[in-house]
Design a binder for this molecule. Structure first.
Ligand SMILES: *Cc1c(COP(=O)(O)O)cnc(C)c1O
Length: 362
């Protein structure tokens, strides 16, 4: 059997027809950038996350960068984020001119508020928790810490569309939340796209200027920025796909329940604890002898991934930054993402589970 980690082809005829219709609508009206579908997508995502405002941008990385600029973060500031994330999180901090500081993680792979607390200095301006794998961070603890120390809280929700914590959707927390809708995410465009969410109207207006070279009315430039606008075609595709997200999440959560049925006694699984609703961007297990297990699975046709192989503070530009990484290092040597997307079948899940059991001889 050959089991792909993910398969981005659009194979469902109904989905394909809906996406083609969405693209056709854009070809017909011709507003290729900031078209009406973007307005609709912004309204829909704001409502979904319980926010007043949404600003669509070209990517999740752009959302983080423009968001931090919009909040006034820059040279001299320190921003505390997690050690384990896609490097875009740290790069956005660095590109504002601020200094990234890396906190340790808990066993659930999200930022450890106790580590954040130890890393706060008089220069700390913001904290960026990442809902890693779509597992929600301990937002109540982080909100309390940020309020106490007067820090901005920016939610990197890039991986977590659809997840919830204590009834609140990802995208609801902090002064600002950032989503990625690149082709790999659970809520995915057919290319690159990102979204910023906030309740602050003045910040929304600033972000709208920042996404188009810092201009208002396409004329006066208030401050230097980039072109970070979203293509209307991607917005139209996302709008069509939004209706499919509940089904995609149900399917992913079903695969999680299957692995729980088959593997609970063998490896550490990403369980939903009280208050958490997990949309499973990746299904990341923690396993002894991880590298050997990966090789064993590959030899049996099971494609797996290690996300992410290098901790952010170990990446060349960030070596020497202040960091707490003890638990991140321990856990990082054990993580493995196994196939669990909406196209993975019950038979494939049984095959993967049997292959993992055979590796440990149980
Ligand atoms: C995907 C991702 C991003 C960046 O999003 P892009 O749309 O790929 O630019 C940022 N942070 C995290 C945690 C991500 O997973």
């Amino acid at each position: 059997m050959n089991i792909p980690f993910r398969d981005l082809r659009v194979t469902d005829p109904a989905e394909k027809a809906a996406l083609l219709k969405a693209v056709e609508g854009v070809l017909d009206h011709g507003r290729m950038i900031n078209g009406p579908e973007l307005d609709q997508l912004e309204a829909a995502m704001a409502e979904y996350s319980g926010r007043r405002f949404a600003v669509g941008v070209a990517s999740g990385t752009m959302a983080l960068l423009l968001g931090l600029k919009g909040l006034g973060i820059g040279p001299g500031d320190e921003v505390i984020t997690t050690s384990l994330s896609w490097i875009a999180t740290a790069n956005a901090v660095a590109l504002t001119g601020a200094t990234a500081v890396f906190a340790d993680i808990k066993d659930d792979l999200t930022i450890d508020p106790a580590s954040v607390k130890r890393l706060i200095t008089s220069r700390t301006k913001a904290v960026i928790p990442v809902n890693y794998t779509a597992r929600m961070c301990d937002m109540p603890a982080l909100e309390e810490l940020c309020a106490k120390h007067k820090l901005l809280l920016v939610e990197d929700a890039a991986q977590s569309f659809g997840s919830r914590l204590n009834g609140h959707a990802a995208g609801h927390f902090g002064q600002l939340s950032c989503f990625s809708m690149n082709a790999m995410k659970v809520f995915a465009s057919c290319g690159e796209a990102g979204m910023l969410l906030t309740d602050d109207e003045a910040l929304r207006d600033k972000l709208v200027a920042l996404r188009y070279n810092g201009t208002v009315n396409r004329e006066t430039c208030l401050e230097p920025s980039l072109n970070g606008r979203m293509e209307t075609m991607q917005a139209a595709i996302l709008l069509a796909r939004l209706a499919l997200v509940p089904g995609i999440m149900d399917a992913r959560r079903q695969r999680a329940r299957w692995y729980e049925e088959l593997l609970t006694d063998v490896v550490d699984l990403p369980l939903e604890t009280p208050g958490h609703f997990h949309s499973y961007y990746t299904y990341t297990i923690q396993a002894d002898r991880r590298d050997e297990l990966k090789t064993h699975l590959e030899a049996r046709g099971v494609e797996t991934q290690i996300q992410h192989v290098i901790l952010m503070p170990d990446q060349p530009p960030y070596r020497g930054c202040r960091a707490e990484t003890d638990n991140a290092r321990r856990v990082q040597a054990r993580i493995l993402c196994i196939p669990a997307n909406e196209k993975t079948t019950r038979a494939q899940v049984e095959y993967v589970a049997a292959a993992i059991r055979s590796f440990y001889g149980v």
